[in-house]
Design a protein around this ligand. Structure first.
Ligand SMILES: *[C@@H]1O[C@H](CO)[C@@H](O)[C@H](O)[C@H]1NC(C)=O
Ligand SMILES: *[C@@H]1O[C@H](CO)[C@@H](O)[C@H](O)[C@H]1NC(C)=O
Ligand SMILES: *[C@@H]1O[C@H](CO)[C@@H](O)[C@H](O)[C@H]1NC(C)=O
Length: 378
C-alpha cells in the first residue's frame, strides 16, 4: 500500500549509505532454503477474477479483470497495473495483471513497452527488473509508482484478490509472499519461493517500504537495453542495514525505526527530522552469475487500446541484450527523471536509488559510525 504520509527514518550515518561499497559487504547468511517453510506456498483459494490455474495462450482481452500474475522467465512474466490510466497509488486495490504473453486470461503488455528485462533466480526468490514505457499499460506519465503485495489495507491483497505463481521449481506453484513495484518507467517483481528461520518470506518479500523504489527494495541490475537471465545471491531483506559487531539497523517508513542491539533487544524510536535525507541505496548489490542473454521480448500485440489495429504487423523493437552485467557492477542511474542521482563516480558505489522530488521527504538520524550505539538513546 502506498503510504500517504511522508517517508522515513533511519539509524545510520549518511556516509554509511553513500560510502558502503556494495561489493565489500559480507553475503547475507540466510541458512538452508526450504520450499515448504511456512509462508512459502499459497494454500487458499484464488481471487474471484482469476482462473483456477495459470496457463499460456489464453484469449487476448485488454479489458480483462484477471489478477493472476506469473513470474516464470525473462520473457514470461506479469505486472500489476491500473485498469485505466490513473495514478497507481490511488487504485492499487483494483489493479489488474498485464503479462508479456497471452496467459492467465490477463491483459497483454504491448510490444514496445519493455526496453530491458533482468530476470534473476536466487535460492529464496525470483525477481524481474524491467525498464520501459509503462504508460502503455496505463501508468500516468511521470507517476513514480505504486507497490502491490498480498496484504493491502484490508489484508485481501493489493490488488484485492491478486495472486502470483511461478514455475521456477519446474511446476506452477502459488506463492504467498511477493511484492511488485511499478512506476511510469520501471517495474520490479519479487516472488519468495523458499524460506528459512533467519529469512522468512515475510522478511525477504517485506513490502512496507512503499516509496523507496525498485533499486532500494529489490537491488540488482537495472541496466537498460539488456535482456538476460542470471542466478544471483540473495539480497539482504529490504531495509536491513547490518552495522557490524552484531548491530543491525532497520530502515522503516512512517518516521520510525527499529534498532537492534547486540543482545537482540529492539529499540524503536520516532524520527523527528523530516528534512534529512533517506538512504539512497540498498545495503548491498547482490552478485549475479551464469547470465544468459535473451533477445527482446515481443508478442505481436500493438496496444492495449481495443480500438487500435492488431493486424498490422507490429514489430517489436529488436534491441537485443548484449553485455550482461555481472557481479557488483554499478547499476548506474536510477529512475530516469527523478533526482538524477546516478551512482557516484568513485568506484564501488552501488547504484543510487533516486526518489521523485515530491517523495524526498524522508529523513534519517545521522549518526556517525563510531557513535552508532547512540542510536539506542534516540
Ligand atoms: C474481457 O474481460 C471483461 C472483464 O472481465 C469481460 O467483461 C469481457 O466479457 C471480456 N471480453 C471477452 C471478449 O472475453
Ligand atoms: C489469492 O489472493 C488472496 C488475496 O491476497 C489470498 O487470500 C489467497 O490466499 C491467494 N490464494 C493463493 C492460492 O495464493
Ligand atoms: C516455465 O514456463 C515457460 C513457458 O513460458 C517455460 O519456457 C519454462 O521452461 C518453464 N520453466 C520451468 C522451470 O519449468
Amino acid at each position: 500500500m502506498l503510504a500517504s504520509t511522508g517517508l522515513a527514518a533511519l539509524a545510520v550515518a549518511g556516509s554509511f549509505f553513500s560510502g558502503a561499497s556494495a561489493q565489500n559487504v559480507p553475503k547475507f547468511q540466510y541458512g538452508t532454503p526450504n520450499a515448504n517453510a511456512p509462508g512459502v506456498v499459497g494454500a487458499n483459494s484464488n481471487g474471484p477474477t482469476n482462473p483456477k490455474q495459470p496457463s499460456l495462450n489464453t484469449p487476448i482481452n485488454q479489458t480483462s479483470e484477471a489478477r493472476l500474475a506469473s513470474i516464470n522467465a525473462v520473457d514470461d512474466w506479469c505486472t500489476f497495473g491500473p485498469r485505466e490510466q490513473q495514478v497507481i497509488g490511488d487504485v492499487e486495490a483494483e489493479t489488474v495483471a498485464y503479462c508479456t504473453k497471452p496467459r492467465n486470461n490477463a491483459r497483454v503488455i504491448p510490444d514496445g513497452t519493455v526496453t530491458s528485462v533482468h530476470f534473476i533466480k536466487t535460492p529464496l526468490y525470483v525477481q524481474v527488473m524491467a525498464n520501459g514505457d509503462f504508460t502503455k499499460i496505463n501508468l500516468v506519465p511521470g507517476d513514480y509508482g505504486g507497490e502491490l503485495d498480498p496484504h493491502g489495507a484490508t489484508n485481501k491483497g493489493n490488488p484485492v484478490g491478486g495472486n502470483v505463481t511461478s514455475n521456477i521449481s519446474g511446476k506452477d506453484v502459488f506463492y504467498e509472499e511477493w511484492m511488485n513495484y511499478i512506476s511510469y518507467n520501471q517495474m520490479c517483481f519479487r516472488v519468495c519461493i523458499a524460506g528459512t528461520d533467519q529469512a522468512p518470506t515475510s522478511a525477504v518479500c517485506q513490502h512496507t517500504l512503499d516509496e523507496m523504489g525498485c533499486q532500494f527494495v529489490m537491488p540488482g541490475s537495472y541496466t537498460d537495453n539488456v535482456f538476460e537471465t542470471c542466478d544471483a545471491d540473495v539480497a539482504y531483506p529490504p531495509g536491513l542495514y547490518p552495522q557490524g559487531g552484531g548491530y543491525t539497523s532497520t530502515f522503516q517508513q512512517y518516521y520510525s525505526s527499529v534498532y537492534t542491539d547486540p543482545n537482540g533487544g529492539l529499540h524503536t524510536f520516532v524520527n523527528g527530522s523530516p528534512d534529512q535525507a533517506t538512504p539512497t541505496a540498498a545495503y548491498s548489490l547482490p552478485a549475479s552469475s551464469s547470465c544468459s542473454s535473451a533477445s527482446s521480448i515481443s508478442n505481436g500485440i500493438a496496444s492495449i487500446q481495443p480500438t487500435s489495429s492488431m493486424s498490422s504487423s507490429s514489430m517489436a523493437t529488436s534491441a537485443s541484450g548484449s553485455g550482461s552485467s555481472r557481479g557488483s557492477s554499478s547499476t548506474g542511474a536510477a529512475n530516469a527523471a527523478a533526482s538524477g542521482s546516478s551512482s557516484s563516480s568513485s568506484g564501488g558505489s552501488s547504484g543510487a536509488a533516486s526518489l521523485a522530488p515530491n517523495m524526498v521527504v524522508g529523513s534519517f538520524v545521522a549518526v556517525v559510525g563510531g557513535l552508532v550505539g547512540a542510536v539506542v538513546m534516540l
